[in-house]
Design a protein around this ligand. Structure first.
Ligand SMILES: [Zn+2]
Length: 211
């Protein structure tokens, strides 16, 4: 079983109440991004994925999955020396609590925002070429971005992208209905055609973003 471990500062608290939340059984995080644009930067590259642009594209593709659903927050990649809101790093095994952890992330409202990806694994960019020994970056990044946006794990629904573990060798390229309802509760509903959403999912499933 492959896990994600979200990191929580000791001085930050969960929401005091789940009143009005769409899923009362989930104890939601009490903070969200209040600004209209979240900026991010990929600081280094993994030797696993030969083409550098495939690494950054996997992150772009993962952000787009959330972007298609929400209204009140947008994402922008930073290329220059400007300080981003979110740092994304490949890290060695020593930065993780166990070899079984694929990646981890922080939550909004904390002092530092990062996603760290465990480079001990031999990664590939997307699910069309992944297998049991090669985790795909796109779905793992979709999950970690969910934490960055403020979603905690959904331990009830295995279809949810926020389910805490990931079955290697299986395709998981989209949000579950519970993920969608939870993120739209926080950042509003983007009205967009289902055809467009389906088109981008087909692209992810087939790996067309990486041709
Ligand atoms: Zn997680």
């Amino acid at each position: 079983m492959i896990r994600c471990e979200a990191t929580i500062d000791s001085d930050v608290k969960f929401a005091n109440t789940n009143d009005g939340q769409p899923y009362p059984e989930i104890k939601e995080w009490g903070h969200k991004w209040e600004k209209p644009v979240l900026t991010y930067k990929l600081h280094n590259l993994s030797p696993d994925i030969e083409k550098a642009e495939h690494q950054t594209r996997a992150i772009t593709v993962a952000f787009r999955v959330w972007q298609l659903r929400i209204k009140n927050l947008r994402f922008r990649r930073i290329y220059d020396d400007t300080e981003p809101d979110l740092d994304i790093w490949w890290k060695p095994l020593s930065d993780f609590s166990s070899p079984g952890v694929l990646a981890h992330a922080t939550y909004p409202g904390q002092s530092h925002f990062y996603i760290e990806i465990n480079d001990e694994w031999d990664w590939v960019s997307h699910t069309a070429i992944s297998d049991i020994g090669h985790p795909p970056l796109v779905p793992v990044m979709i999950h970690e971005i969910g934490h960055i946006l403020g979603l905690v794990h959904d331990t009830e629904d295995k279809v949810s992208i926020m389910y805490p573990s990931f079955n290697l060798g299986k395709k998981k390229n989209d949000l579950g209905i519970r993920d969608i309802i939870r993120i739209q509760f926080i950042y509003g509903v983007r009205n967009i055609s289902q055809r467009l959403i389906d088109y981008f999912r087909r692209r992810r499933d087939a790996g067309w973003d990486f041709d």
